[in-house]
Design a binder for this molecule. Structure first.
Ligand code: FAD
Length: 499
């Protein structure tokens, strides 16, 4: 039995902790805040309840596997999962609207044909077939296996269409934006694709074509709502950890990973105390001051890139009932995508952002049936280049989001009882990530620029879990990082994958 210190109680860290405890190790989680879950937070006031982080679960199989392997109660007995159908409604700049059914290729084709014109659905379906190939090619190396030096999946697995052109060289898309322009050839389909990238914090103009697997993943495996909000998933994971005798120490900030005789030897806490450990798992962003120099380069290939965006969230407490048939998730696309992308990825505030409007049909999120809790989200530049602590800016931008969202929710402005705002500055405080940046899933292609550092560091006994490590951000990917770390600790360097 080894002593294992886990830094942070985010989903990736807890996923590693519980698997390691089940393997027979003595695991202690040190969390700097007073609670578990990291970004999977909840804000509740006067009977209105909001997710402060992600609000939909994709790839629930990751957590089904974790719950099966760590105890008798399957995931579905610990949380209530409901498929969100339609998965999303899109309001495009030209006034076109389309609702996309969940996990139904034929349904999506029909909806796009009806809304965008005959042929649009087929074009999207052909694109999804290619995106499915990218998924099949990268699922094992990018989700289910640890990243190894030398065999990193740097080649783009997306089979872009080779396009012949009169008197000019043929061309093939290498970025998501080029897929939109050249293969989808409809500004609304391109906006749909860009919207997926932006929702994960990726710049479609730089994201490799492999990012096509993100809409494939959502449209194939579905979008799921956890009753009560995503915080319930964090709660179930925490309870499973406690059941398997993982110890938690809250209000315990780790200031340094200790090293002795060439391996990780424990953690030093902000109050000056020290805890010995045989292995250390870092489940937060690997900031240099935390790491012994022997850990090597943990910023990963993507470290030198432009600042990673965060999220601006407006939580609206509304009077008036949620109308029958209201859609759970509506994306209000902006008129000028290039201007928005220039702003978000150039460290400025977008004049007109793409806004995701979330209206879960969940009585536990509202005081009664005469009220509704609605969340608006936009991907924005991180804290730093933009000062999101400026109250005037927060208010002004919240007003812009509310104005855009009014296109999706009739009479929205008149229904607002209270608007509360969370910005990248709040995310930074909650997760410890610099600037409140939110990491995207790792992607193949672009010569490895969108990969994250591997789960095993150069310092023996020190491992990385969570969204800032392989295979990247988001609840399912962070959950997989936990499985990979546990595999590496238990089986050693010979560990080849979690399935
Ligand atoms: C507003 C918002 C919206 C998001 N939306 C989406 C989305 O739509 N889709 C998606 O896929 N993902 C989204 N994410 C990202 C997703 O929530 C995370 O990638 C996922 O939850 C994995 O988190 P994690 O394991 O990396 O831990 P985190 O959630 O980052 O938590 C890290 C934990 O470590 C603790 N910690 C940090 N430093 C220390 C230290 N030195 N000592 C002790 N403890 C420490 C923190 O307090 C925190 O509890 C969103 C995140 C936010 C904030």
């Amino acid at each position: 039995m080894a002593r294992i210190a886990v830094i942070g109680a985010g989903t990736g860290a807890m996923a590693a902790a519980v698997r390691l405890a089940v393997a027979g190790h003595r695991v202690t989680v040190y969390e700097r805040s007073g609670t578990y879950g990291g970004s999977l937070g909840r804000h509740a006031r006067d009977g209105f309840v909001f997710d402060t982080g992600p609000s939909l679960l994709h790839l629930p199989a990751v957590y089904r596997d974790l719950f099966v392997k760590t105890g008798k109660e399957p995931l579905e007995r610990c949380v209530t999962l409901t498929q969100v159908d339609p998965a999303s409604r899109h309001l495009f700049a030209d006034g076109t609207a389309v609702s996309l059914p969940d996990a139904s290729r034929a349904g999506v084709v029909g909806a796009l044909d009806r809304a965008l014109g005959e042929g649009a659905g087929t074009r999207w379906a052909e694109f999804l077939d290619r995106a499915g190939t990218a998924w099949d090619r990268s699922r094992r190396p990018l989700l289910e296996e640890p990243l190894r030096d030398g065999d990193a999946p740097v080649r783009d697995p997306y089979p872009a269409v080779r396009q012949r052109r009169l008197l000019r060289p043929a061309r093939q898309a290498t970025t998501l934006a080029q897929i939109g322009a050249w293969e989808l050839a409809d500004p609304r389909l391109a906006a749909l694709l860009d919207g997926y990238a932006l929702s994960y914090g990726l710049d479609p103009r730089r994201a490799p074509a492999a990012a096509a697997l993100l809409p494939y993943m959502e449209q194939t495996f579905g979008s799921w709502y956890v009753s009560g909000g995503m915080r319930e998933l964090a709660g179930a994971l925490y309870e499973r950890c406690v059941l398997r005798r993982v110890s938690f120490v809250f209000d315990a900030e780790v200031v340094r990973v200790a090293e002795k005789d060439g391996r990780a030897a424990g953690v030093e806490l902000a109050d000056g105390t020290y805890a010995d450990a045989d292995h250390v798992v870092l489940g937060a962003q690997p900031r240099p001051e935390l790491m012994p120099s022997q850990a090597g380069e943990t910023g990963g290939p993507a470290a030198g890139r432009a600042a990673v965006p965060g999220r601006f969230v407006v939580m609206l407490s509304l009077h008036g009932a949620r109308e029958a048939g209201a859609v759970h998730r509506t994306v209000v696309h902006c008129e000028d995508r290039a201007a928005e992308q220039d702003a978000v990825f150039g460290g400025r505030v977008a004049g007109v952002p793409t806004v995701t409007v979330l209206r879960p049909d969940d009585p536990s999120t509202r005081p009664d049936e005469a009220h509704e809790a609605v969340t608006l989200t936009a991907t924005v530049a991180p804290q730093g280049p933009v000062d999101w602590t400026d109250p005037a800016l927060r208010e002004r931008f919240a007003d812009v989001l509310t104005g855009r969202a009014a296109r999706a929710v009739p009479g929205l402005r008149e229904r607002v009882l209270r608007a509360e705002v969370r910005t990248p500055a709040d995310t930074a405080a909650e997760t410890g990530a610099a600037g409140g940046s939110v990491p995207a899933p790792a992607l193949a292609g672009a010569a490895g620029a969108f990969l994250r550092p591997g789960n095993r560091t150069a310092l023996s006994g020190l491992y990385l879990a969570g969204g800032w490590a392989h295979p990247g951000g988001g609840p399912p990917h962070a959950g997989m990082s936990g499985a990979l770390v546990a595999g590496l600790v238990v089986e050693g360097d010979g560990f080849r994958g979690s399935r």
